[in-house]
Design a binder for this molecule. Structure first.
Ligand code: ZN
Length: 499
């Protein structure tokens, strides 16, 4: 091993130690930190983030990356190391253009904005959050102008979460989906609906946690390489493939929501646990393409979790843990978990109308960064689009524009990845069935782990090494299209709703 490579690997280790501290603080702020302790924790978070930024933009690192980028050195690198050197060099060139003062101000503004969003959501008062949102939009645009001068802001943002994806492609496949979905949703809503009141519980929250553990184990989550916690909004945070953490939110009146959050976050976590150990300690170990990441959580949640056969091996065990389900048949449970309705909250939406929730957010983000619609006009725009796509109007901003935390942290351009994930899933489902046969049969036979193995083999193990379009090409051998997802919806809901 060359001297430069040895020094580089030592340097990576040091960066990893900082990343762990930053992630731990982040985890703690979301799951444990009391209100009065938040500011102190946020200060520490800001300090370590700035230190990390200094490490990631140092002269020493720049020299090492330059040395390793020379042809004769670069040719000797393993695939993981060549990915690492190439992407770190690119990111460094981008980051170096961000003034340090601006970076610190951005991290501070993000912490304040996240707190303000929580308060605003609690009070259902958009005006408390509006000045922070304005600042996040302005700083995000400024950051893009530093990192990618001359490029359109929203394209930079999309590329940041799903490299190689542009708004022209997203426009094409989202339109294709919207055209197919609006009539399908109308048809479904005209059919008789299941009675959701039967599912309101109360369901003991500790028993729900046992259900979560059971479901996680069933789909292949390793409890030796992960833990679970609680937070207002469920999320996954990976420290390494040996330590992937997920959270959930438990409510006595809705056990189904927590079950599906567990399966969703479990899907993210299984992905990270399954990344090849060769990628450990490098940027490749954590898949940085959010559409691909979401495709895996949503594959477990929707394609598998909302299939009746998924529940055949586990439903009796759930009935034992949650007695209120004892007089609910599997068939009735299946109808309820595929209950399509026009609702306000994205995270509680069924898999069909969910797509419209995302298209709405995508269109609003384009309105912010392209049409420069002022922040004060966004709640009205939100409500107008809700009416247009879902025919309902939120009674307040907490169930409207304030419901998601993404924008409070400056995560603009992230929402489309959720739907790209579902669109990829339609394609992955076809590819998986071509190789392994019917998913219905595998699930009914309790062979879900063979599906997890297939996903590991074809997708998970590579982490970030392959770009989204390379994943689609190598797994599906086809052009990206929303048609497989639409076909899946049409076939499934024609049967569920006897259309
Ligand atoms: Zn997710």
């Amino acid at each position: 091993m060359s001297e430069a490579l040895t020094s580089f690997q030592e340097y990576l280790k040091k960066m990893n130690y900082y990343r762990r501290v930053i992630s731990l603080l982040d985890w703690d702020m979301y799951t444990q930190t009391p209100r009065k302790g938040y500011e102190g924790m946020a200060d520490a978070f800001s300090y370590f983030s700035t230190e990390y930024f200094t490490l990631a933009t140092s002269r020493e690192l720049e020299d090492l990356l330059d040395k390793l980028s020379r042809q004769e050195e670069f040719d000797q690198l393993s695939p993981v190391m060549s990915y690492t050197v190439r992407t770190m060099k690119r990111d460094m060139e981008r980051d170096k253009r961000i003034p340090k003062d601006f970076f610190t101000a951005l991290v501070d503004a993000q912490s304040a904005s996240r707190q303000a969003w929580q308060d605003a959501k609690q009070a259902a008062d958009f005006s408390l959050f509006a000045p922070h949102l304005e600042k996040m939009i302005e700083m995000t645009a400024k950051k893009c102008a530093y990192t990618d001068p001359g490029r359109e802001v929203y394209e930079v943002l999309l590329d940041q979460y799903e490299e190689g994806m542009d708004s022209a492609t997203i426009d094409r496949i989202f339109e294709e989906l919207k055209e197919g979905l609006l009539p399908l949703v109308s048809q479904i809503l005209a059919a008789p609906q299941p009675d959701s009141d039967r599912f309101r519980g109360p369901h003991n929250c500790n028993a729900q946690k046992e259900v979560q553990d059971l479901l996680l184990r069933y789909i292949g989550f390793s409890h030796d390489a992960g833990v679970t916690g609680e937070s207002e909004h469920p999320f996954t945070m990976g420290f390494s493939n040996g330590d992937v953490r997920i959270t959930n939110h438990f409510r006595e009146d809705d056990a189904i929501s927590a079950m599906f959050s567990a399966i969703h976050e479990g899907g993210h976590a299984i992905f990270e646990q399954n990344v090849s150990p060769d990628c450990q300690g490098t940027p490749a170990e954590d898949c940085c393409y959010m559409g691909i990441h979401e495709s895996q959580s949503r594959f477990y949640e929707n394609i598998l979790g909302r299939n009746k056969n998924f529940w055949i091996p586990v439903y009796p065990k759930i009935q034992k843990l949650l007695p209120a389900f004892q007089d609910i048949t599997l068939e009735d449970f299946y109808q309820e978990i595929n209950h399509v309705q026009n609702s306000f909250i994205r995270t509680d939406a069924d898999e069909v109308t969910y797509c419209l929730h995302i298209i709405l957010r995508y269109e609003i983000e384009k309105a912010i960064f392209r049409d420069h619609v002022p922040v004060s006009g966004l709640p009205a725009l939100w409500n107008q689009k809700m009416q247009e796509y879902l025919h309902i109007t939120p009674s307040n901003d907490a169930e409207g524009i304030l419901q998601d935390m993404h924008w409070s942290a400056g995560d603009f351009g992230y929402f489309p990845s959720y739907l790209l994930g579902s669109i990829y899933d339609g394609m992955f489902l076809n590819a998986l069935e071509e190789e392994l046969g019917s998913v219905d049969k595998l699930l009914a036979n309790g062979e879900i782990l063979s599906i997890t193995r297939w996903l590991k083999e074809n997708i998970h193990q590579y982490g970030s090494l392959r770009l989204p379009k390379e994943v689609i090409a190598s797994v599906c051998h086809k052009e990206l299209s929303a048609k497989p997802l639409l076909d899946y919806f049409r076939k499934k809901y024609t049967e569920v709703y006897h259309l």
